[in-house]
Design a protein around this ligand. Structure first.
Ligand SMILES: [Mg+2]
Length: 247
């Protein structure tokens, strides 16, 4: 029997995805702010302008929201829609040991109840909220002072350092850095337009079935590619050890 040596190696993929407008069809945070009259459509559009720091923007617009948590959750649970194929994709990743994580500028106020409703047990980074006499406070302790776009890109690079190829899915301006750092990009809305203008190869994110198919099709590696990537991962690991052992 002839053995095809080129098929003896597998590429390890990881997936990093934005949440609002990517895992969900619409930006849940934006829809919520408009519904409860905490922001106008124009203010939402301006949040994507160059120079706007998204974490600060979220803190500013969520703070005056004086709506009980149960009312916000009820609205979100009734209105938010999951993008097609995400539930299946989530199961596929768990079964195939493909790391999947959500990195979002959104907040627990709606992410917690939506992830629970949809039965998604997935590693996720997002903002934390607290109802206080000074208003609804938003914080991003997981990002440790990093900007949102830099943090998303850092998560992509994290998996690349582990020797994975990374597929990134996103829709907005804060996804651009991560898209540049990824091996494959699934983009919609603003991110898609930006990638096309900037010449960043990307595929249209219509649903997550396509992301699954892409990973299944691109798991095969030639022996030479595999050895090259293993060598590179080992070099990165050695560099890290050298750095860590420096007195
Ligand atoms: Mg988004």
């Amino acid at each position: 029997m002839k053995i095809d040596s080129k098929r003896n190696f597998r590429t390890k993929w990881a997936v990093v995805t934005d949440f609002d407008g990517t895992v969900t069809l619409k930006d849940v945070g934006d829809v919520l702010l408009i519904h409860f009259k905490a922001a106008t459509r124009k203010e939402i559009d301006l949040s994507c302008a160059p120079g706007v720091k998204m974490k600060e923007w979220m803190k500013k617009y969520f703070r005056p929201l004086k709506i009980p948590k149960k009312d916000i959750e009820a609205y979100v649970l009734a209105s938010a829609r999951l993008r097609g194929g995400f539930r299946e994709f989530h199961k596929f990743c768990a079964g195939a040991c493909v790391p999947l994580e959500i990195v979002s500028g959104g907040v627990d106020l709606y992410l917690d109840c939506l992830l629970k409703k949809w039965g998604l047990k997935v590693k996720a980074f997002y903002g934390r909220t607290r109802f206080t006499p000074k208003g609804l406070l938003v914080d991003y302790p997981c990002m440790k002072g990093s900007t949102l776009d830099a943090f998303k890109a850092a998560r992509v690079r994290h998996y690349r350092r582990l020797g994975c190829r990374v597929a990134f899915c996103g829709d907005g301006a804060t996804d651009i850095k991560a898209a540049r750092a990824a091996d494959a990009v699934f983009a919609t809305k603003r991110l898609r337009t930006f990638c096309q203008k900037a010449g960043i190869p990307n595929r249209r994110l219509k649903n997550f079935h396509a992301v699954k198919d892409f990973i299944l099709k691109n798991q095969e590696l030639t022996a030479t590619e595999s050895e090259g990537r293993q060598k590179k991962a080992m070099e990165s690991k050695n560099q890290l050890l050298t750095f860590c052992s420096f007195p």
